[in-house]
Design a protein around this ligand. Structure first.
Ligand code: SF4
Length: 455
């Protein structure tokens, strides 16, 4: 099974599948080449991008992420303020230092290649081939990888391999909501208790709780930066950041306006997604494109005036993480496979479950909240304008946060067995994603991406 700390990963924007994944792939490739004794004799490195990575890679900063990965940078620890000067220095010198160790000639336009549609290695829409060559241009070492969503990566030979995908086997193993609820029923525990005890298989309990605290701290810091950073987002669409002005208005507004709940959820979600669009540090929740929903709901309900309700944050993240594992195991959280239902839809489902748990819902009600959160996102397409994670992504997170709260409210008013189970809605999302035309799966070939004129 996966760990909650795999679901929530600290990384950089704007995309988990198109930025974080390729960055990790590039670094991993060179580490594998070094271990095989091929890096020291290499004269050049090439990265070939396929499918959705090729179609929306520029807008998602995939090329920049690959360069950072080749340098050996880690998204968890990188100082984002150094990115621009580093990239500029490489462009100016025409050289890159692979893994911080070996200098080779490098020009992004020559060494990172975007394949035409239809040329994809076919195990996943986000394919990437990396090669090291000698002075004759002969390939010394190459590998095919896939960025499979949420920052998760697989080498070609790992695709579909249960031992790679699943990790340790905890006592309360579950691969369906039905099994998860059966554990809760048998032990008289909540979903968060079951997930937390499973985490003990990965690391000591205090380390898990520290990890959850670090995740919340990164989310809160991201909200804080987004609320006070003005300006126009990069990429050419000329989208102005809206969160700071809205935040200022809200802090001056007369309290008790009925709709202010929406405003606060909106401003927190947009703060995160504007940071993400600017390449800032965010937490995959479960992806970067959908990174604003969970922090917004957490901030509004579990943190106030700098005071964090730590136990509630743990309950929320463990519950939401457990729900994400079901989507990851039974379907996918990749926009390139499922459309936006697999990103914003899953985040909404996770947040609804987390909030229902914090509000004291029974495990059945929590699963019902997750089901409602997805049911009304089924069929949601991914059609980012200009290949950028801005329109519709930023507002979509705000809408998703409000929808998640309503899903939790609806679920807590219900008793008995739901007509639609969480497992049924996850399978419906999977089937809908399979049937969805590829124009609507992170290719920017349909929907808003073709109907909104780029500036
Ligand atoms: S439309 Fe949704 S899935 Fe597509 S890039 Fe934006 S947030 Fe991600």
């Amino acid at each position: 099974m996966l760990s909650v700390l795999d679901i929530f990963k600290i990384g950089i924007g704007p995309s988990s599948s198109h930025t974080l994944g390729p960055m990790n792939i590039a670094r991993r490739f060179l580490q594998e080449a070094k271990a095989a004794g091929r890096l020291a004799v290499a004269k050049e490195v090439y990265a070939d991008l396929y499918g959705s990575l090729a179609l929306t890679g520029i807008g998602h900063a995939t090329d920049r992420a690959i360069i950072l990965g080749l340098l050996g940078e880690d998204a968890r620890t990188i100082d984002t303020a150094t990115v621009e000067p580093t990239l500029a220095a490489i462009e100016k010198s025409g050289k890159i230092t692979l893994l911080g160790d070996q200098v080779v000639p490098f020009q992004a336009t020559k060494h990172i290649r975007f394949a035409p549609p239809g040329a994809n290695p076919n195990a996943h829409p986000n394919g990437m081939v990396l090669s090291l060559v000698d002075e004759e241009g002969e390939v010394l070492f190459n590998q095919t990888y896939y960025s499979v969503g949420g920052g998760f990566i697989r080498r070609n030979d790992e695709m579909g391999r249960e031992d790679v995908a699943s990790g340790p086997k905890p006592a309360n193993r579950f691969s369906s909501a039905e099994e998860l609820l059966a554990h809760c029923d048998a032990k008289g525990q909540d979903i968060s208790d079951i997930v937390l005890s499973n985490e003990d298989k990965f690391r000591p309990r205090p380390a898990t709780l520290e990890g959850l605290d670090a995740i919340w701290a990164a989310m809160a810091a991201c909200i804080g930066r987004g609320l006070c950073t003005n300006g126009v987002l990069p990429g050419g669409l000329e989208v102005t950041r809206r969160a700071p002005a809205l935040y200022e208005k809200l802090t001056r507004a007369v309290p008790n306006e009925r709709e202010s709940l929406f405003d606060w959820l909106n401003v927190y979600a947009m703060a995160v997604n504007e940071e993400n669009a600017a390449g800032g540090q965010v937490v995959t929740s479960p992806t970067n494109g959908a990174a604003g929903i969970i922090p917004a709901v957490l901030k509004f309900y579990c943190s106030d005036e700098g005071w964090t309700k730590t136990r509630q944050v743990h309950t929320f993240l463990l519950t939401a993480g457990g729900i994400a594992m079901l989507y990851k195991e039974r379907a996918s959280i990749s926009g390139a496979e499922m459309g936006c239902q697999g990103e914003v839809g899953v985040a909404c489902s996770m947040a609804a479950a987390g909030l229902a748990a914090v509000w004291g819902g029974t495990p059945v009600q929590v699963a019902r909240a997750a089901e409602i959160g997805m049911e009304h996102n089924l069929g949601l397409t991914c059609d980012p304008v200009g290949g950028l994670v801005q329109i519709p992504c930023i507002e979509r997170n705000a809408i998703g946060a409000v929808k998640a709260v309503n899903a939790a409210r609806l679920a807590l008013q219900c008793e008995g067995t739901p007509k639609v189970s969480l497992d049924q809605v996850i399978e419906t999302m999977r089937q809908t994603g399979v049937d969805m035309n590829s124009k609507y799966k992170e290719t920017s070939e349909g929907g808003l991406a073709v109907n909104v004129v780029e500036c």
